[in-house]
Design a protein. Structure first.
Length: 90
């Protein structure tokens, strides 16, 4: 099985940036290829961005438009009615 994974080298250890489909203590062979920094970014900028991404808490994926509509449909009333009521006699 071939699995391409990005990793960060820290304190003598390669740390994958995404989960691996491996069992505990499974023996693997690792090939290391240095990744080029993103175009227009220095290595320092790329390292900073990588560290910042790792320090952020994991968040849920953004819901799609259908999920937003489904959630909004549960709210009673109408936004149009609320706006008209707020404007009054203007």
């Amino acid at each position: 099985m071939l699995q391409k994974v990005e990793a960060i080298y820290e304190n003598g250890v390669l740390r994958p940036l995404q989960p691996l489909n491996l069992s505990e203590q499974e023996h693997v062979i690792v090939s290391v290829v240095k990744a080029a920094p993103a175009s227009g970014r220095s290595r320092l900028q790329a390292d900073y961005i990588d560290r910042a991404k790792r320090s952020l808490p994991k968040v849920e994926a953004t819901p799609g438009i259908e999920e937003v509509r489904r959630r909004l449909a549960k709210i009673p009333g109408s936004m149009a009615a609320e706006i008209i009521a707020e404007r009054g006699d203007r």
